[in-house]
Design a protein around this ligand. Structure first.
Ligand code: EAX
Length: 359
């Protein structure tokens, strides 16, 4: 725990010095590609006006078989029963309410009440929350969860509040791997990534990682991805093994290369103004249900990561285990690029966790 306190102090001190998010003035974060995002001065928080029974709409981009869909179904059951039907959870999978980036924008415009998406997708707004997606940052789930569950991550999560998002829990998507079509063949070495026509989420860190590997990344909504792979719009995509299996991407992709190039934490968020309007009792019901759903989600993602490689092979995919050292080497520049935003201390701290996770 001591480790967390030291860095938390450093980070908080740094944010006070640099007026990072949470200050009452406008903060300009110059993100590595030269564009600038501004953290708006904290508007006075205006709680929504609500009446009960209250329906809360949750939107997400994958199907209901995905571990996030299964966890949200449990969340719905627990919240509705514990609130005696005063809180109703309406779930919209498959991008019904929009793509990942549209869902997150919907939280700001108050068109969406809750969503769950990759941390790197939220980084379009709260840049620092994307740190966990840096390439090859975590070796395994335990070190990833040690960081994600640290008090430090709570500090980074609060960067979203100024964008009207309150983080309830951190679901898991797993470690992202590359798949390719029969047409282009397997990715067995970095050289096989050159010019690869690969789809990514609208996630700056993943796109930069693919670019550093000399691929040709383009973002595209997940709900339309399978059709785009089928018609040849893309030759490749990258997603964690559970996503590949639960969306039957083996029907349109021949090869799976176990690159584990980016850990994909997934903040489960609720509109801050809606959260602020809830009674302490209802906040507690939602918090507890979110943490129980998180536990279930992580267990399922870890299990499917272990079990589904064989299932994908049985379904006809060829599994490739490339030597990852050249991939790590080629992508170290992404960390350097973002160090300016995250602070080298934060990156060093996370790498230390990864090197020797707490027992
Ligand atoms: O898991 O768009 C993506 O590739 C994301 O990983 C999405 O949440 C599906």
């Amino acid at each position: 725990m001591k480790r967390h306190h030291i860095l938390l102090t450093m980070l908080l001190a740094a944010s006070l010095l640099t007026g990072c998010s949470g200050s009452s003035t406008m903060t300009v974060l110059s993100v590595p590609d030269g564009t600038q995002t501004t953290t708006p001065a904290n508007p006075p928080r205006q709680a929504a006006s609500v009446s009960y029974p209250l329906t809360i709409c949750v939107g997400y981009s994958t199907n209901a078989d995905d571990p996030r869909g299964i966890a949200l179904a449990s969340f719905q059951e627990e919240v509705e029963s514990k609130s005696g039907g005063n809180l109703l959870i309406e779930i919209h999978p498959d991008g019904e309410l929009g793509s990942d980036s549209e869902l997150i924008a919907g939280m700001i415009s108050k068109d969406v009440d809750m969503t769950v998406s990759s941390a790197g997708n939220y980084a379009l707004y709260a840049t620092r929350i994307g740190v966990s997606a840096l390439p090859f940052l975590f070796e395994d789930f335990d070190s990833a969860w040690e960081f994600i569950d640290s008090p430090l991550m709570q500090t980074l999560s609060s960067d979203l509040e100024v964008y009207n998002m309150h983080v309830l829990a951190y679901f898991d998507n797993g470690f992202r791997c590359v798949t390719t079509s029969a047409k282009v063949g397997p990715v067995e070495a970095v050289s096989d990534m050159k010019g690869l026509n690969i789809r990514t989420p609208e996630n700056q860190i993943v796109m930069e990682t693919m670019s550093r590997l000399s691929a040709n990344p383009r973002s595209y909504p997940f709900a339309e991805l399978k059709a785009a792979l089928k018609d040849g719009t893309f030759d490749a995509q990258e997603n964690p093994i559970p996503v590949i299996y639960n969306h039957k991407l083996y029907e349109v992709q021949k090869y799976l290369s176990i690159t584990n190039h980016s850990y994909d934490a997934m903040p489960l968020t609720i509109r801050q103004d809606l959260w602020d309007s809830l009674t302490p009792e209802y906040q507690q019901i939602i918090s507890e249900a979110a943490k129980n759903a998180e536990f279930q989600n992580r267990k399922l993602v870890k299990r499917q990561t272990d079990e589904c490689v064989q299932k994908l092979e049985d379904a006809g995919m060829e599994i490739v285990y490339p030597d990852l050292s050249p991939f790590r080497e080629a992508t170290t520049g992404v960390k350097d690029m973002f160090a300016a935003v995250y602070g080298q201390d934060l990156i060093d701290y996370i790498e230390k966790i990864s090197a020797d996770p707490a027992e």
